[in-house]
Unconditional design. Structure first.
Length: 215
């Protein structure tokens, strides 16, 4: 019975994506791939026969995904592109912790418009999150494409700096954030938060170096 429900939900989701969001024919393959990934994940990980129980880790992941979407949106350098249903769908998936599915959807967005900086950034974030914070070559490429599409956008250097720091590349992350702060408008709403992050990261780097030189 659980498989019937799963397949029914997949069919309904596909209908909504194609009819309500009017995903173009060129993106059907990416949408289908995302749905297949979801079904495959259910097949390998789901245990519908077990009693329900609170999932603190999953809840934390959902909140993390929602925070990532909100932070990216706050760092927009320009209003979002009208009619970008790809990004709307992917953001909903990221909020639910479905980073792999979101990545598949966002591939359709950047294939349709390679100059869409925000979709490239969303793809980079989704790929990094799907890899549990690891900065893969694919994610790094997406970050670079996001910056190339909109060199003035603060999102790509901010999130790339965050990913570098999470991967132990503290000096690179600090340098990227410092350059971003230096070029940021005085009235940028995210300036204060970035300055605080840089201060914390610099203190961590200094403490780490002090521990290294101690006999």
């Amino acid at each position: 019975m659980s498989w019937i429900i799963t397949l029914g939900l997949a069919a309904t989701s596909l209908a909504v994506l194609l009819i309500v969001f009017k995903v173009p024919r060129s993106g059907w393959e990416a949408v289908g791939a995302a749905l297949l990934l979801g079904i495959a994940g259910y097949a390998t990980q789901a245990s519908p026969g077990q009693p329900g129980a609170p999932k603190s880790a999953a809840i934390a992941s959902d909140r993390s995904g929602a925070a990532l979407v909100e932070a990216r949106q706050q760092l927009r350098s320009s209003p979002p592109q009208a009619g970008n249903s790809w990004l709307v769908i992917a953001d909903a998936m990221v909020r639910n912790g479905q980073y792999g599915d979101a990545s598949a959807i966002l591939l359709g967005a950047v294939e349709k418009n390679p100059k869409d900086s925000e979709s490239w950034l969303a793809l980079a974030i989704a790929l990094t999150s799907h890899a549990e914070g690891n900065l893969s070559p694919a994610a790094l490429y997406a970050f670079r494409q996001a910056s190339a599409a909109d060199p003035a956008a603060p999102g790509p250097p901010f999130f790339l700096g965050l990913a570098l720091a999470q991967n132990g590349r503290f000096d690179e992350g600090q340098a990227l954030w410092s350059a971003l702060l230096k070029s940021a408008p005085v009235d940028a709403p995210w300036r204060t938060d970035l300055a605080a992050r840089i201060k914390s990261l610099e203190a961590f780097i200094a403490a780490r170096r002090a521990d290294t030189v101690q006999p």
